[in-house]
Design a protein around this ligand. Sequence first.
Ligand code: PGA
Length: 250
Amino acid sequence: MRKKIVAGNWKMHKNAEQTEDLLNELIAQIPTETIAQVIVAPTFVNLASAVDHLEFTAIIVAAQNVHQAESGAFTGEISADMLTGIGVNTVILGHSERRAIFNETDGLIASKVNTALKHDMTVIFCFGEELKDRQSGNHFNIVENQLKDGLFHIENTAWEKVVLAYEPVWAIGTGETASPEQAQDMHEFIRETVRKAFGSDIAEDVTILYGGSVKPDNAKEIFSKPDVDGGLIGGAALNAKDFVAIITAI
Ligand code: PGA
């Protein structure tokens, strides 16, 4: 079912003590009446403690990545089984930093999607164009291809485990955000692309988040657009005041 979601991607920030401090602040400050499903994605080493810490709350813990193989000689990697074993059932895949810095291709992301779904995990599937794509007017094409090559091989029934996160690369961590109109145009296009491939029910039900420099002062306007169902937040998720203000904006 389509939900309102605000997810915080903590990237490689916050040691154990800082993780606990921020979680305590969130527990204290997120209004109980919020309609948003709140998700936090701390770094791997702090996932287990975050799950414990949030046990009696409605906040969900997500991982920032997972390896595509079940197990094996993959030094430094983390499997889906390891994540679900500690109570982490949500994973962010295809983030632009993983695509750009760690060379993750659509094909690799597709196999990670398969592994995560096989383990009954919820996938927050990230995609979005680079600045050069938007400048050349190619952004709709790029987004369509990322969806088709990374995600559209899944079964209809798997869609209930998928959240889409449109994140224009030029807006991530830059302080420059897509205008609410640009976000809405792309979200509408994304929903239409899903509709063409999987039908209206799935297209109407899928949650589509916007990510890229969402801050307390722009969140409300972006979230007010009909096809924007929430946000994936980086920098502003690292302090409770801003993150809670964004949650409240929904
Ligand atoms: P940002 O990051 O909010 O700092 O732009 C968003 C993201 O990377 O998901």
